[in-house]
Design a protein around this ligand. Sequence first.
Ligand code: GDP
Ligand code: GDP
Length: 434
Amino acid sequence: MSNIVAIVGRPNVGKSTLFNRLTETRKAIVDDMSGVTRDRHYGKAEWLGREFIVIDTGGYVANSEDVFETAIREQVMIAIEEASVIIFMVDVTTGVTDLEDDVANILRRSKKPVFVVANKVDNTKLVHESAVFYSFGLGEVYNLSSMTGSGTGELLDDIIAKFEPDAEDTTSDLPKFAIVGRPNVGKSSIINAFLGHDRNIVTPIAGTTRDSIHIHYKQFGHEFMLIDTAGLRKKTKVKENIEFYSVMRTIKALEEADVCILMVDATAGIESQDINIFHLAEKNRKGIVLLINKWDLIAKDHKTMKQFEEAIKQKIAPFTDVPIVFTSVTEKQRIFKAIEVAQEVYTNKTKKIPTSKLNDVMLEVIEHYPPPSTKGKHIKIKYITQLPGSAPTFAFFCNLPQYIKEPYKRYLENKLRENFDFTGVPVTIYFRQK
Ligand code: GDP
Ligand code: GDP
């Protein structure tokens, strides 16, 4: 189960500045794939080897004070429900506002770990000013300058100490498919379609986690767990902040899943929020299947599917080796096809290529087109192994790993895909010194 840190607070206190700082740090460490646009509101961060998700809740409210008052209360409620840790950010240069007193009251009644962070403490003269925030009754006040980064270390040390231990998921060894997508794309409908097909052999296993419903599906030789993100929505009081809520839900489901079935509304086309979910799945090295749903509502001729596919691939590039299934849940078109494809992606994700076969094929590919020499240095790749892990990862052992450039890496990835079929699965390549 992933740990989520939600940053709440009024506009302009510095939430997005901190968010950027936390997620950039990771970017520098992990070296994300090139060409991947980072989402502005949620992303991965890492501190002392603990990975977590950061959410800038400010991204989900209109930035005008009157709308904000209601929205922030609601958001704080959602954050209390869904996040592991809450950063309540305030601005040392403005002191305490009424709204912040209200928020503090809500937070105090929750059982969530809350960190009061006084931001914009850019110099030592401001340190004593932050004492006013002790009036929230939420314990220690952390002094921070999101701008310079001073104070982040101490804050993060204490935050990760509140995380749940990274427990191995023991719910089942079956493949786990998460149905994700923006509100209204048809997630509940497709789950109902699966459930309705034969209720006797489908068992909802509630309580496997508090946050999502796991449904055990066993039929026609297929057996897997479905993780439903939509199912619990009606239980909460949340009305305005559906998008924020669904993002929280999606992130959690995605972390648990092996394959992410990303549903898109064909009538709306693929939008930035869909792309964000896609990239989050990609970065987490989950298998991906795209469902273009409500296909019944699209006026089409023999070229429409092809055109849709091309438009989608442009938007999800560079990782375009992803299956796309055009579905209509209401007309029961291709919904079981979607499951079959998800199974195939799972197979691709978990396959292990025998080392001898890998070397036979790839050394020939390399011989045919070797890495271009850099600075007069001849680069020789000697052998390849697939590393153990939950997503395909390959180590190419060579004399000068630092000289191999991105285009050549992409070439190798494409050749791995051509020869071994990793459709729907992010592939990672490392170059190692030998
Ligand atoms: P948000 O609305 O809470 O996300 O706030 P932003 O991150 O957009 O920051 C609002 C303004 O405060 C911007 O002009 C930032 O440059 C500035 N700011 C953020 N952090 C700091 C800080 O630590 N010190 C100072 N002096 N300004 C900051
Ligand atoms: P969720 O918010 O993603 O769970 O979406 P729902 O399953 O609640 O669906 C939202 C609306 O879209 C409902 O009115 C569904 O009946 C409708 N819907 C779902 N799938 C399809 C489809 O394939 N075709 C059409 N025409 N409507 C659909």
